[in-house]
Design a protein around this ligand. Structure first.
Ligand code: Q9C
Ligand code: ZN
Length: 341
């Protein structure tokens, strides 16, 4: 399997995040992608290529121009106020407050962000744009006949929706790639999200659509971020009713419990008749992940890849979360090798 990767991800290097009320060193760090690309190379998984530039058009098919334009200039507007540290929001437009878009960068940050864990830095926009191009380049490999490809995206994407960012994500790489499959002629596309966290951005983006089936396996939002979405009764709306599935699982979920939900998801994908499959590949289900509470082990990732291969579909893997950094290369490539064997 070929991997698409760009060193531009290093331009996103946030110092701190607000995690459960505490300022902590950012978990979403450049070392994550570096350890994965090292493992891709040392295992000889396949050729590594750089991204092509697709411009803004494929991004604007699923994201509002307002969000994209904000992300492009946010650092400059922040820096213009004299601040040299990372940009984080600190006030949000909850329903009782209204939702006017302020001229102030602080107002804009709260307007577009869902959390204070996603720092905007001088290099954020370039890293984000490059991450989307990585996804689109790998998508093109699959759309033009390769059985599978790995988009080593960083920053990740699945918490970003059409008009919001957060959860370490700015643009929804998997969603952008799924839309590209549609625009290139695939009638039905499925996105399977195996990141530990609910793929709230992906859900929001495709909630009213029946041409992109979205399924997320994740920690129960009763216990875990993003708290407000990801419940089992969210099944899609309008034409999209029946085309979204949430499979929330409790803290402590191990492979045996996980695989029951996974089989359920894979059955739905088979029944749907997807022509392409996008995997939002998060490895934060790992037993030693520092911010998560599932119990998957190293060898389980090989099994995960094997099961995904049973769907027998052209498959694009898009990197999402995973914060047990030293194990991230092995776990990620275990999925990809499990898929190929
Ligand atoms: N325990 C991804 O994995 N903070 N994003 C959670 C609650 C946000 C994770 C704090 C975690 C976002 C792509
Ligand atoms: Zn995650």
């Amino acid at each position: 399997m070929r991997t698409v990767y760009s060193e531009d991800h290093r331009l996103q290097d946030g110092k701190f995040e607000l995690l459960e009320g505490q300022f902590m060193k950012a978990h979403e760090m450049p070392r994550r992608a570096e350890i994965v690309i090292d493992r891709v190379r040392s295992t000889k998984l396949g050729e590594v290529l750089g991204p092509q530039d697709f411009g803004l058009d494929p991004i604007l098919k699923v994201h509002d121009r307002g969000l994209v334009e904000f992300l492009r200039v946010a650092w400059d507007e922040w820096a213009a106020t004299g601040r040299t540290f990372d940009a984080l929001p600190h006030v949000w437009p909850v329903p009782g407050l209204g939702r006017r878009l302020s001229d102030s960068i602080d107002g804009k940050l709260g307007y577009y962000a869902i959390d204070a864990g996603t720092p905007i830095t001088p290099g954020t926009w370039r890293a984000v744009l490059s991450s989307a191009n990585v996804a689109l380049t790998a998508q093109k490999l699959v759309a033009t006949g390769e059985k599978s490809a790995f988009a080593l995206c960083r920053p990740p994407g699945h918490h970003a929706g059409s008009d919001f960012y957060g959860g370490y994500c700015f643009l929804n790489n998997a969603g952008i790639a799924a839309q590209a499959f549609r625009d290139q002629g695939a009638k039905r596309v499925a996105i399977l999200d195996v990141d530990y966290h609910h793929g709230n951005g992906t859900q929001q983006m495709f909630f009213a659509r029946d041409d992109v089936l979205t399924i997320s396996l994740h920690a129960d939002p009763k216990q875990e971020f993003p708290y407000f979405l990801g419940y089992a009764d969210e099944i899609g709306a309008g034409a999209g009713e029946g085309y979204h599935m949430n499979l929330p699982l409790p803290w402590g979920t191990d492979w045996q419990r996980y695989t029951e939900a996974l089989d359920h998801a894979l059955k739905r994908i088979a029944q749907y008749g997807a022509e392409a499959l996008v995997i939002s590949l998060g490895l934060d289900t790992f037993e030693h992940d520092p911010i998560s509470r599932f119990k998957l082990a190293e060898a389980d990732y090989h099994r995960l890849g094997e099961r995904i291969a049973w769907a027998d579909l052209p498959t694009l893997f898009v990197m999402e979360g995973g914060y047990a950094v030293e194990a991230l290369g092995v776990n990620t490539v275990n999925v990809l090798m499990g898929f190929e064997q």
